[in-house]
Design a protein around this ligand. Structure first.
Ligand code: FES
Length: 145
C-alpha cells in the first residue's frame, strides 16, 4: 500500500527538529484529522533556504511527506521552493494512497506558512504566495482532487 520511499521517510524521517532563530516558522493544522505540522526555515541573504526542519503531531504519511519536502526545499531559493507542491512531494515519494493525499497538503501548507512569516518579517513579496490558512479545510481538498 505504501511505497518503499514512503516507508523509508516514515521510519527514518529527515530533518526532524527545530531551528533556533529561524528566518520563518509556519504552523498549520489539518481540519480533517486534527493533525498539526510546524516548519522552520533558515534563509540566507540571497534568499536561499540553508536549512529546513519540521515537527509534527501527524500520521505516518504526514511525517514521510514532510521529510521529503524538507529535502526538496533545502538549497532552493524561496521562489523555487514555491514549486515544491504536494504533488511534487508525492511524486518524489512514488505516490500515496488516495485517502492519504490530504496528509501531503500539510507539508506544502506549512512551508508556505513559514515562507509567509519570512516574507512578512523582511517586508518582501514572494511571487504566488498567499496568506496561509490556519486550518486546511476539507472543502478545498475535495475541490482539488
Ligand atoms: Fe492527519 Fe495524515 S491523517 S495528516
Amino acid at each position: 500500500m505504501y511505497s518503499e520511499k514512503v516507508m523509508d521517510h516514515f521510519q527514518n524521517p529527515r530533518n526532524v527538529g527545530e531551528i533556533a532563530d529561524a528566518s520563518g516558522v509556519g504552523t498549520v493544522g489539518n481540519a480533517k484529522c486534527g493533525d498539526i505540522m510546524r516548519m522552520y526555515l533558515d534563509i540566507d541573504e540571497n534568499r536561499i533556504i540553508r536549512d529546513c526542519k519540521f515537527k509534527t503531531f501527524g500520521c505516518g504519511a504526514a511525517v514521510a511527506t514532510s521529510s521529503m519536502a524538507t529535502e526538496l526545499v533545502r538549497g532552493k531559493t524561496v521562489e523555487e521552493a514555491m514549486q515544491v507542491t504536494n504533488r511534487a512531494v508525492m511524486e518524489a515519494l512514488d505516490g500515496l494512497p488516495p485517502v492519504k493525499v490530504h496528509c501531503s497538503l500539510l507539508a506544502e501548507e506549512a512551508i508556505h506558512a513559514a515562507l509567509w512569516d519570512y516574507a512578512e518579517k523582511n517586508g518582501i513579496k514572494i511571487e504566488g504566495l498567499k496568506k496561509p490558512k490556519e486550518d486546511i479545510g476539507e472543502e478545498e481538498i475535495e475541490e482539488e482532487y
